[in-house]
Ligand binder design. Structure first.
Ligand code: HPA
Length: 245
């Protein structure tokens, strides 16, 4: 079964034929919301809204451990994360869809491992390639068959939020090698790896990162809304093709 974690702009999957909703508890507390089980083009899918169904949970307060644990318990064989981002690289402009291949983690204070208790002694898992390559290829193939242009690869910087970055911080991220910036990619990706669930992401560029837009206006979430809605139609199309392929 494929799991989809929807971020900002994707609190529900309109084309999902919903079969049931299930409230689950985990040893790590409650996930962001009930798991929604259904079918997308006849393929079983479980959907979870990362920020809650009413978009009430900010990035630094998402219970990532409970979310990934709940999806694993629900027998997810792979997790596709949909997350909106700011574009740092010149050609990652608002509206672009990117399947990232690397991560840099700038978050702090988040519970980012399952291996932190007496009964779960530490394991130093390999994280050289943070996204599952086979799943990334599946997303790229689905995009091709859906006729959606996507960028293959990009370094995703995860910042703590909830505030956006300063222009100087974005310059630093670029010097570090980052192409995209978002607030939720970590620890989600590493927790999936710790539980051995293949994980990959579809990043939706919704704004130029701070200081990168030609207008001097700063970043306004009202403008982002318009871009987000159009891009999410394309994400839906892509997701439907993952299930068909
Ligand atoms: N920065 C961090 N996270 C984001 C951004 C951004 O510019 N846009 C959407 N999520």
């Amino acid at each position: 079964m494929l799991a989809i974690i929807g971020g900002t702009g994707l609190t529900q999957l309109s084309s999902l034929e919903i079969v049931r909703r299930e409230v689950v508890r985990t040893p790590y507390g409650e996930p962001s919301g009930a798991l929604t089980f259904g079918a997308l083009c006849n393929t079983p899918v479980v959907f979870l809204a990362r920020h809650g169904y009413g978009h009430t949970i900010p990035p630094h307060q998402v219970n990532y451990r409970a979310n990934i644990w709940a999806l694993k318990e629900a027998k997810a064989s792979a997790i596709v994360s949909v997350a909106s981002v700011g574009g740092i690289r010149d050609d990652y402009v608002p509206g672009a869809l990117v399947i990232p291949d690397q991560i840099i983690d700038y978050t702090w204070g988040r519970k980012s491992t399952y291996f932190d208790s007496v009964d779960k002694p530490v394991r130093h898992i390999d994280f050289t390639r943070p996204y599952d390559e086979a799943l990334r290829q599946r997303l790229l193939a689905a995009a091709a068959s859906a006729g959606e242009t996507v960028f293959d690869g990009g370094v995703y910087a995860t910042t703590q939020g909830p505030r956006l970055e300063t222009a100087a911080e974005i310059n630093r991220l670029e010097r570090d090698g980052a192409d995209l910036v978002g607030m939720t990619g970590m620890p989600e990706a590493v927790l999936a790896r710790e539980l051995d669930v293949p994980y990959a992401a579809i990043n939706v560029v919704v704004n130029c990162a701070a200081g990168r837009s030609s207008s001097e206006q700063g970043i306004h979430f009202d403008d982002i809304e318009v871009v987000l809605q159009a891009a999410m139609m394309r994400v839906h199309n892509l997701l439907e093709h993952i299930c068909k392929d």
